[in-house]
Design a protein around this ligand. Structure first.
Ligand code: ADP
Ligand code: MG
Length: 438
């Protein structure tokens, strides 16, 4: 799917294409399930379908034909074997191309674990096997796993690699139990024939006996055959009470590396790097200030990024080419307010939101709950409350007679994800520009 993302606007991509789910694969026909009929129509139109088809065929050459069905068609069809459809794509699509070693800043808190991960990518199954990485949330575990995957995909494309969360592993396993045709084999075919297995957030399998059992055998099988296994967890094996003893002892015989919280110097480097990746440059005093705030507030790296995006966003609203210290203070105190001076109307905002997301006004204010309409609706609510001083009850009336608590909920949802989610931030930024432009 990342291949398609470049060809289609990011909003359309997220809304209509990323939501397609592998449904089945048989006789060369790869079937995708869309969330709704509208989504199916969109994905099937001439502007998008050729890209979807080409990207899938390129990823898995055994695919001869691609079919997209909607939930109603699925109901009518014979049950399909979803598990095989997933296996065809080998989960390669789940690797985040931005999480590379090149983008990973190394400092005291992570140098050993980063070196271990690079070594694994260089000599999979050889020296450090298995590798167990643990550390608090937002400190780079998922980044390192993806970095290993990206390096291997680029430099050793012949190796078969799976990067999955333990939830994905569990879901695949549960699916095999439910499906009738030789289920175990399909699952084993997938997980035991890999050269490298990367499992993120293993803590979630604690408390799931069946999955633990299967994982234990998969793990042993791979290690015995000289295949590489890397596992991450938000805690040490000793701190997972529901983990089976034999798995715990297997983990404890791994190379266990923890990943810590970065110091202020490392934070300045990370902040500058993240800003550069977004095509921004930070002044030394600003970057120092942000790093210090992050240390004082004990922010993890993900939250620190959130803070940075907020500051950059605010500076953009103020038309500053680079954030000032004042921007940092205001942005962190007040969020993105400030724009209320602009003259606009609710209708104008709704019109811009519809244009941006490519939806009809009737659908935006209508009753449909598909994500493709619900999401633009939430952005419309948020922007109306930001730009205009209108009571929530009135906003509800404008948007298809919705209750004011629904309106409040939508506004809060966008407001909070604005801090943590770069995509939300980007959409609000784009829309703000659009609304201000005319
Ligand atoms: P975890 O899986 O430990 O919860 P992630 O790997 O998802 O954390 O990291 C959270 C965010 O911080 C991601 O955007 C990641 O790219 C970034 N990040 C973490 N560590 C570093 C680092 N050392 N250098 C650059 N970015 C980092
Ligand atoms: Mg993670």
């Amino acid at each position: 799917m990342p291949k398609i993302a470049n060809k289609v606007s990011s909003i359309s991509f997220d809304c209509w294409i990323k939501t397609l789910q592998p449904e089945a694969f048989s006789d060369g026909v790869y079937t995708l399930l869309s969330e709704s009929r509208a989504a199916k129509e969109y994905a099937r139109n001439d502007r998008h379908f050729p890209y979807i088809e080409a990207a899938l065929k390129e990823t898995a050459p055994i695919i001869e034909q691609v079919k997209i069905i909607d939930p109603v068609e699925k109901e009518g069809a014979a049950p399909l074997n979803a598990f095989r459809a997933n296996a065809v794509l080998q989960d390669k699509l789940l690797v985040n191309p931005n999480m590379t070693f090149e983008n990973f800043i190394v400092g005291k808190s992570n140098e050993i674990v980063a070196a271990a991960a690079e070594n694994v990518a260089k000599n999979p199954g050889k020296r450090i096997n298995p590798l167990f990485i643990y550390g608090g949330v937002g400190l780079g575990k998922t980044h390192l796993l993806n970095a290993i995957a990206n390096r291997v995909i680029n430099e050793k494309p012949e190796l078969k690699i799976i990067l999955a969360t333990s939830e994905k592993f569990t879901n695949d396993y549960v699916l095999t139990i439910k499906s009738k045709e030789s289920p175990q084999e399909a699952f084993r075919e997938k997980y035991r024939t890999v050269d490298i297995l990367l499992i993120d957030d293993i803590q979630f399998i604690a408390g799931k006996p069946g999955t633990q059992e299967e994982f234990f055998h998969t793990f042993n099988d791979l290690i015995q055959n000289g295949r590489q296994v890397v596992i991450t967890s938000d805690r040490h094996p000793d701190e997972m009470p529901k983990l089976q003893e034999r798995i715990r002892s297997r983990f404890k015989s791994s190379l266990i590396q923890d990943i810590g919280s970065p110091d202020v110097e490392m934070r300045t480097v990370i902040l500058q790097k993240k800003a550069n990746m977004e095509n921004h440059r930070l002044e030394p005093d600003v970057v120092q200030h942000l790093a210090q705030v992050a240390v004082d507030q004990k922010l993890n790296i993900r939250d620190m990024e959130g803070m940075l995006f907020k500051v950059i966003f605010y500076a953009g609203l103020m038309n500053h080419s680079t954030p000032t210290l004042d921007d940092c203070r205001v942005a962190m105190k007040e969020g993105v307010g400030e724009d209320k001076k602009v003259q606009t109307t609710a209708d104008h905002i709704i019109e811009k939101v519809c244009k941006y997301f490519d939806v009809k006004k009737g659908d935006l204010i209508g009753k449909k709950r598909d994500r493709c309409f619900a999401e633009p609706r939430m952005f419309a609510v948020y922007l109306i409350t930001e730009f205009l001083n209108i009571p929530l009850v009135s906003i509800g009336q404008m948007l298809g007679n919705r209750d004011h608590t629904t309106i409040l909920h939508s506004r809060n949802k966008i407001q909070s994800s604005l801090v943590t989610d770069p995509r939300t931030k980007m959409i609000v930024r784009d829309l703000t520009k659009l609304i201000k432009s005319e």
